[in-house]
Write a protein of this length. Structure first.
Lengths: 382, 394
């Protein structure tokens, strides 16, 4: 290594000197001089700085892409921002978009905390939709408050039950839950497809959809100018509840325990199987409640395409939020804004909607890289 | 193919006799002279959307009146609007047939500049059903658009938004919608007539007497052209003495899944099918790999898409869009209230401009082409009536 320096600067009178006068570029490429090593303690500000750097990098990459397709990045970001937060109505609509994402984000976050990879949020969302409709279909004539409570409970139970199929297989047979949860997303869609083509189909149409629900089952809205409904409040409460559960309860401790070291937890006496089942049930219930909110707050009719990736986006949100329940709220609003603003971006600047998926993917990739990077540091050794 | 050529003379003769027979069978109770005046009534009796007979004549009748007026109006009435900005919301991408045909129609109508209007079109792609209300409200709130066409199953969204924007004309299209009335118009086109003509080609050219369809869902809009395709093929095969034609259809349960559609077509080819009606994208890739198998395009003219395409049944929204423009113009200039019928306005036939046959491939023998041309003339002249059957094919 010192030879190299001597070659590069033969006239340098002090080639062996390790002082700051050496060419910094050449120092960087000396493994002996710099080391990448794992941090013993990761402080919050390490994570914060890397997160900001990731977001800045994401914006830079996206701006580059916008330039490549011949549009102005400034105009595009302005249109995106105005579409999401430009007016009171658009800001409220961003929250409408964030509502189900908070719940599916929480669903993913709590499962991932336990090291259980629930990729089935989308299917559990549909289970919740189906649980809600099931109650409405059978007991639609009940008084509204009772009906709401029943629909809520059945939505949560249905989501929990659907998630428990995967966790049951995992605990009993060790089946890979990533595979089963992904597969079950398809299974439930086919079940729903069958129901919508048969017993649940609206008699007014041959289309795969139910009848429109009666007005008294609509979730109340906060403002007359916006679609923002009580589902948003439910989502916020759920975030607080999950935060409390993870931080303050025994189950939460055990969830974090098996997530960070399952073997140690087992030796410590934590019943890993039970905790896994409980975690997945809670995770599925949260996604099911998202389905309840979307059906009663917005759509009022079951269709095959009312989810549109809500369950999958929840996974991204959970990861961007570093699995923190309150961070999920922020990340969900960010992604809700992205969805809401992208339409304005599309018609004001002509940027295809596909770019939104690129933005989501780029952000996720960079945030994950940042999470990894924050655990390391570069240190000068010698 | 060679065998086919040998049969050309025979086919020509039989085709002409066939058409004479059809004309004799169907033309009896119709009045050929009145066909252009009452286009919708010819197809309506068989449709599920039978009530359209009440709606269609009023709207189609309005079109010719205004096209005449358009030549004089701009000079006499300089106060009227000169620009019409249209926004179109799509479930999929603008390349898909359902949307592409509408975009083409808007451009054709725009070229004619009805009422002297400069028509612009903003296209908003890939808006899921679940997002419809938000996007349509967003567009309406900009105040930039006089007509918003939510070109799919968006009637719930339009119903939620339309009353807040009474000056805007909203439209939605296709199956699965519910009527909204007022300023929410439900439009549709059926293309069973050109599909019947395509079926004539299939019936004349099939070697295996087994033809197929690859389609989305067993919905009326889907089944209409499929049933007409098989009817056309069966009729011609019978006239040519080719015996019974068997038909099978694969519903792929998706509006856009080329891979599954390709697999379905490959399976049908393996089962002996040699003429495939591609109601969805995908089958041509499988057909190209097979010998002596041909395909038929659906909704857009797909002749250029693949060398195996013989022709296409093409949808045209010109008349539908023109009627929307007229309704908006009448509202804006004369204050004629929007009054969308509480049912679907269907442009069912080639006569009222809802559909046409696409370009025919050179691979189709000249005598078969002649036969198709005669059948087309018979349909346009009201001598041949293609029944619209919307039941699923078992």
């Amino acid at each position: 290594m010192t030879d190299q320096i001597t070659d590069r600067a033969p006239s340098d009178p002090q080639p062996e000197d390790g002082g700051g006068r050496r060419d910094p570029l050449s120092m960087l490429f000396q493994p002996g001089a710099w080391r990448i090593e794992k941090r013993l303690v990761v402080r919050p500000w390490h994570e914060f700085i890397t997160l900001i750097a990731a977001l800045v990098a994401a914006v830079a990459i996206i701006a580059g892409l916008v330039l490549v397709i011949g549009k102005s990045p400034a105009d595009s970001f302005a249109a995106l921002y105005n579409g999401a937060f430009g007016t009171r109505e658009s800001t409220l609509e961003t929250l409408v978009q964030a509502t189900p994402l908070i719940l599916t984000g929480l669903a993913a976050a709590i499962a991932f905390r336990a090291g259980v990879w629930n990729i089935g949020g989308e299917g559990q969302f549909f289970a919740g939709v189906m649980g809600t409709w099931f109650v409405y279909d059978l007991w639609g004539g009940l008084p509204a408050p009772l009906l709401f409570v029943l629909m809520f409970i059945f939505a949560a139970l249905a989501g929990a039950a659907w998630a428990s199929v995967a966790s049951g297989l995992l605990v009993r047979y060790g089946t890979n839950e990533i595979l089963t949860t992904v597969m079950l997303n398809f299974v439930i869609l086919y079940i729903l497809s069958y129901l919508l083509a048969g017993p649940w189909q609206s008699p007014d149409t041959f289309y795969y959809q139910t009848q429109r629900m009666a007005d008294n089952t609509y979730l109340p809205r906060f403002f007359s100018v916006s679609r923002l409904h009580w589902g948003f409040a439910i989502a916020l409460l759920a975030a607080l509840a999950v935060y409390w559960l993870i931080r303050r309860t025994t189950l939460g401790y055990e969830i974090r325990g098996i997530g960070s070291n399952m073997v140690a937890s087992r030796y410590k006496g934590i019943r890993v199987g039970t905790v896994t089942l409980a975690t997945m049930a809670i995770s599925g219930a949260l996604a099911g409640i998202a389905g309840f909110g979307e059906l009663l707050g917005l759509h009022h009719r079951v269709q095959l395409d009312i989810a549109e990736g809500i369950g999958f986006t929840g996974i991204i949100i959970a990861l961007v939020a570093r699995l923190h329940p309150l961070g999920v709220i922020v990340a969900a609003i960010l992604f809700g804004a992205l969805v809401n603003g992208s339409t304005a971006m599309q018609y004001e600047t002509g940027i295809p909607k596909a770019l939104v998926f690129v933005i989501e993917g780029t952000t996720l990739a960079l945030v994950l890289i940042a999470a990894m990077v924050s655990r390391y540091r570069i240190r000068k050794t010698g | 193919m060679r065998k086919l050529m040998d049969r050309r003379a025979f086919a020509l003769v039989t085709m002409v006799t066939a058409l004479a027979l059809i004309a004799g069978a169907c033309g009896g109770d119709d009045e050929p002279a009145a066909t252009t005046a009452a286009p919708a009534t010819t197809a309506a009796p068989a449709t599920t959307a039978a009530p359209t007979t009440t709606a269609a004549p009023t709207t189609t009748a309005a079109a010719p009146a205004t096209t005449e007026a358009e030549m004089t109006e701009p000079a006499e009435e300089p106060m009227g609007p000169t620009e019409l900005d249209v926004a179109m919301v799509m479930l999929g991408t603008k390349e898909e047939g359902w949307y592409a045909t509408f975009i083409d129609s808007v451009h054709r109508v725009a070229d004619e500049a009805p009422h002297g209007l400069t028509i612009t079109l903003e296209q908003i792609e890939e808006i899921p059903y679940a997002d419809g209300e938000r996007v349509i409200r967003d567009l309406a709130q900009t105040g930039d658009y006089e007509i918003i066409v939510a070109h799919s199953t968006y009637s719930d969204a339009v119903a939620a938004v339309k009353d807040d924007f009474p000056d805007i004309l909203f439209a939605f299209s296709g199956s699965g919608n519910e009527p909204t009335g007022g300023n929410g118009y439900w439009i549709d086109v059926f293309i069973h007539e050109p599909a019947y003509l395509a079926g004539i080609i299939a019936g004349a050219m099939t070697q295996t007497n087994h033809i197929s369809g690859v389609a989305a869902f067993p919905f009326p809009n889907v089944n209409g052209p499929l049933n007409a395709f098989i009817d056309g093929a069966r009729f011609v095969a019978q006239q040519l003495g080719k015996g019974e034609i068997t038909f099978d259809v694969a519903y792929i349960e998706s509006w856009f899944d080329p891979a599954t559609a390709q697999e379905a077509a490959a399976a049908q080819i393996a089962a002996g099918s040699d003429m495939i009606y591609a109601e969805r994208f995908g089958p041509f890739a499988a057909i190209e790999e097979a010998e002596g198998v041909f395909g038929f395009g659906h909704f857009t003219d797909q002749l250029g898409l693949s060398p195996v395409v013989l022709t296409s049944a093409v949808a045209r929204w010109d008349a539908a869009f023109m009627d929307l423009v007229d309704a908006w113009y009448a509202y804006t200039t004369e204050g004629v209230a929007y009054d969308a019928p509480m049912e679907r306005i269907v442009y069912t036939s080639m006569v009222d401009g809802g559909s046409s046959l696409g370009e025919i491939s050179d691979l189709v023998p000249a005598d078969v082409q002649d036969g198709v041309a005669q059948a087309e003339a018979a349909i346009l002249g009201g001598l041949l009536r293609v029944e619209l059957k919307t039941d699923p094919i078992e």
